[in-house]
Design a protein around this ligand. Structure first.
Ligand code: NAG
Ligand code: NAG
Ligand code: NAG
Length: 798
């Protein structure tokens, strides 16, 4: 019997679940699996796993275990990931001493099991079996496991596979590149699980958040020395350092894997079926703000992240990308500073830029001048971080020897001062767009203290975007911009250009901008809105708040938070003014005013209406979910959806109804009814807990209004109060949908805005109504989230 038949029989027997009886094979010694025979592989009894030679490149193979289910196999374990063998003559053999050997065509051993050598008699009757769990086990005649693949790991931990002090996960180098990457999950000396960036030249821990003074603030215990972690089949992960989390689909029986992805994030996946296609879905991830992962943009690089464009890297001015195919090499300076001439260098301020680590020193309560001196006096100082410290009420100074783990986020309340030669470097302005940034890092600051098992909300995005987002062509365009805007100019100008747009205005400035508050363009929650032209010629909408009872400190705190919420479907706040009793907010001006005016003036065709529905949903999803439900709008209505020159919608007036951290939602603080009659969810009326679903409800009413052209409030026939009024719009729609097609017209024709005069995409408008009806379900739990709304609307588009 030749070897391949032997293995064929072995596989067959396993497939027949007769694994125990496969001991009928006298011995495996001298047998081997050959790279040249695709049939030379082991398959688990349940058919879910295969083990054999897996192609990793041109004429390059690894001995691997993979999951068979999705059409593209998922590799979960590799024997020789950094040392592939060629496609001729390579084989995996069982030797006389009972060890597995992987040899290449030249016969040299590229991998072998590190078990104790067995005597020939002990080594006879060995059996290699791929278990249903994905564990490849070498058993001896008494069914004792001599070796198993679960004792070592690659980038993936499977359910029932113990992660211990001795094992670790190391990411792949890239998507589909199976060699060892730069990220590692392991139990450190402190008994806690950590994520480590282990670059070619340097390494640093980035999870749990290294800026925590005490790891126990993250709920981590360092006292259990057993150092073990396990994922079970139902999606529960547990570790001896007290880290615990559940998959979002906890309890479902499906295949799962915990993988340290090439981007440095640890994600739990489960195999789910959608429309007959099996695919991996993320059901938990360790880090919500991908810029918090170290090493992402390399030395001197800066990471930015937002929901729309994903994660991006760029180089600071005066730097260029080192390796155009790989951000992990970062950026290199195009200038040099000689040490003897300290007077030849100066500093450029980079607002909201943070570089983590590599501090030469940490100096508390220092003036800016002194901090600058500290850096100038040190030859290796590349710049310094200067930030206000709430704790000691002064500014802290961190001179840096290297610029690593860079990120820019408006939520980072400090600046970086980059040391550059006085003679000048390339001078450019960072595009405004770069300042549109994440509010997820507000959260990551707030929630640093907990493992972020709440982040699964974002995962849908990640699941689709994980590979593609990081280095987009935007970076190249960026780079191009940097190069072309190079001017041998003084650095002072660059300094100005870099100050952020969000600013505090004086009352006089705004009085001038509005020419004495002449042109009223609206009246929103809590104040009157005027049109104004700022000193830099930008047209602005300036809202003068009614004499609020809110204190100045509270106002400032809120304004700063709102100012950080930047998203293409949210109105942008440019600044504010607080002077005595005057409190004003400065927003971008929206040429086309609000949705309500546009609906009544019939300036919106069905296409625009649909796009507005999608855009408004995206803005709200950002508020609810990107910010991890930090912000509830509480007053969604057509008056608060504004349209710019291109009819792109932007949600306005958010955040004024008090920002609430999800954990801190205290129903009593919401006791005052908010919102506008007609759009208010039943929770307000029945005094039920207020969640983001109140916005979903109001959004649903807005959708109905967009389709029917009927306002819930115009419908009212007097006496019985607001709830009944808008029920009538809702009832009108529900009745028609339920009746379905009448003799002549379909239901959509019955309710559609007559202004659309049969000029519309029926399917799209019907979709809007269907989504709207889900949004206005009486029971808040039956309403979709805004992200689900977007999905429903977008899926239809394809
Ligand atoms: C199998 O391995 C166990 C543990 O090493 C040993 O005690 C036992 O004798 C072995 N059985 C055979 C048949 O070699
Ligand atoms: C320490 O971890 C082990 C598992 O590795 C667990 O069985 C044990 O209960 C833990 N000890 C304490 C005190 O929590
Ligand atoms: C910070 O320094 C200033 C001037 O050097 C001093 O007046 C102030 O008390 C210091 N503050 C703290 C908290 O040390």
């Amino acid at each position: 019997m030749d070897i391949s038949t032997l293995f064929f029989l072995l596989c067959l027997l396993q497939a027949l679940s007769l694994s125990a009886s496969s001991k009928t094979f006298d011995t495996l010694i001298g047998t081997s699996l050959s790279v040249e025979k695709p049939s030379d592989k082991l398959v688990s009894a349940n058919g879910e796993f295969s083990a054999g030679f897996y192609p990793v490149g041109d004429n390059a193979f690894c001995f691997a275990i993979w999951m068979t289910k999705p059409s593209v196999p998922t590799v979960v374990w590799i024997a020789n990931r950094d040392d592939p063998v060629d496609g001729k003559g390579s084989k995996l053999s069982v030797l006389k001493d009972g060890k597995l050997h992987l040899t290449d065509s030249a016969g040299s051993v590229v991998w072998k099991t590190k078990t104790e050598a067995l005597t020939t008699s002990e080594a006879s009757n060995l059996q290699l079996q791929l278990m249903n769990t994905g564990n490849l086990v070498l058993y001896n005649f008494s069914s004792v496991a001599i070796w198993q693949s679960f004792d070592s790991s690659t980038d993936t931990l499977l359910p029932q596979q113990l992660l211990t002090f001795g094992t670790s996960l190391i990411s792949n180098r890239g998507q589909g590149v199976h060699s060892s990457g730069y990220y590692k999950l392991f139990f450190d000396e402190d008994n806690a699980l950590h994520l480590l960036f282990q670059g070619p030249k340097l390494s640093s821990l980035y999870w749990p958040d290294p800026s925590l003074e005490d790891i126990s603030d993250a709920g981590i215990s360092i006292y259990n020395t057993s150092r073990a972690a396990l994922l079970d089949d139902s999606g529960y992960f547990w570790s001896s350092d007290f880290l615990k989390f559940y998959a979002t689909d906890f309890g479902t029986v499906t295949q799962r894997r915990l993988t340290l992805d090439p981007d440095g994030n640890l994600r739990l996946y489960s195999l789910q079926e959608m429309n007959g296609i099996w695919d991996w879905v993320v059901t938990w991830q360790a880090i919500s703000d991908p810029c918090r992962i170290h090493g992402i943009c390399g030395p001197n690089g800066v990471c930015t992240y937002d929901h729309v464009s994903g994660r991006r890297c760029f180089c600071l001015q005066g730097f260029k990308m080192k390796d155009h195919s790989d951000w992990s090499s970062g950026c290199e300076p195009e200038f040099s500073i000689s040490c003897n001439h300290r007077d030849e260098s100066t500093f450029i301020q980079l607002a909201h830029v943070e570089y983590y680590g590599s501090d030469i020193d940490f100096l508390q309560n220092l003036t800016f001048q002194d901090c600058q001196e500290e850096c100038l006096n040190r030859c290796n100082c590349k710049g310094f971080q200067y930030r206000f410290s709430l704790k000691d009420g002064g500014y802290d100074c961190y001179p840096k020897s290297r610029l690593l783990n860079g990120l820019r986020s408006p939520n980072f309340a400090g600046d970086l001062y980059l040391r550059v030669p006085k003679a000048g470097i390339s001078n450019h302005k960072l595009p405004d767009e770069e300042f549109r940034l994440q509010c997820s890092s507000i959260v990551s600051k707030q929630e640093r203290s907990t493992y972020e098992n709440k982040t699964v909300k974002l995962l849908l995005w990640f699941a689709t975007a994980v590979g593609g987002v990081e280095v987009s062509c935007i970076v190249l365009v960026w780079f191009f911009l940097l190069k072309t805007s190079k001017r041998p100019d003084s650095t002072a100008q660059g300094y100005l250009g870099l100050t952020t747009k969000f600013k505090r205005f004086t009352f006089n400035e705004l009085r001038k901008a509005t020419r004495g508050f002449k042109e009223v363009i609206g009246q929103g929650a809590g104040g009157i809105v005027y049109k104004g032209v700022l000193s830099d010629q930008r047209v602005a909408a300036i809202k003068r708040l009614n004499e609020a009872n809110q204190g100045e400190a509270e106002f400032l705190a809120e304004v700063n938070t709102i100012g950080m919420l930047n998203h293409m479907y949210l109105i942008e706040m440019w600044g504010y003014c607080v002077e005595g009793k005057h409190k004003l907010l400065v927003y971008e001006y929206m040429e086309h005013g609000s949705l309500v005016e546009n609906l009544s003036s019939n300036s919106l065709d069905w296409k625009k209406r649909f796009e507005i529905a999608v855009g408004a949903a995206k803005g709200l999803a950002y508020l609810h979910e990107e910010c991890l439900e930090w912000v509830l709008h509480c007053d969604i209505k057509p008056q608060n959806i504004l349209l710019n020159a291109d009819f792109q919608p932007k949600v306005a007036d958010f955040g004024l109804s008090k920002l609430q951290s999800r954990s801190k939602i205290d129903h009593s603080s919401f006791s005052r009814m908010r919102g506008t009659r007609g759009y208010m969810a039943p929770e307000w009326v029945y005094n039920l807990p207020i969640t983001s679903k109140v916005d979903v409800y109001s959004y649903g009413i807005v959708l109905l209004e967009m389709v029917t052209g009927k306002s819930p409030n115009v419908m009212h026939t007097a006496d019985n109060g607001e709830i009944r009024e808008h029920k009538r719009l809702v009832m009108l729609v529900r009745e028609n949908v339920n009746i379905g097609t009448t003799t002549k017209k379909s239901w959509i024709e019955e309710i559609i805005d007559p202004m659309l005069t049969n000029n519309y995409d029926k399917a799209k408008m019907e979709l809007l109504v269907k989504v709207a009806l889900q949004c206005i379900a009486e029971d808040k739990d039956e309403r979709p989230t805004m992200t689900q709304v977007i999905e429903m609307l977008m899926n239809h588009e394809d």
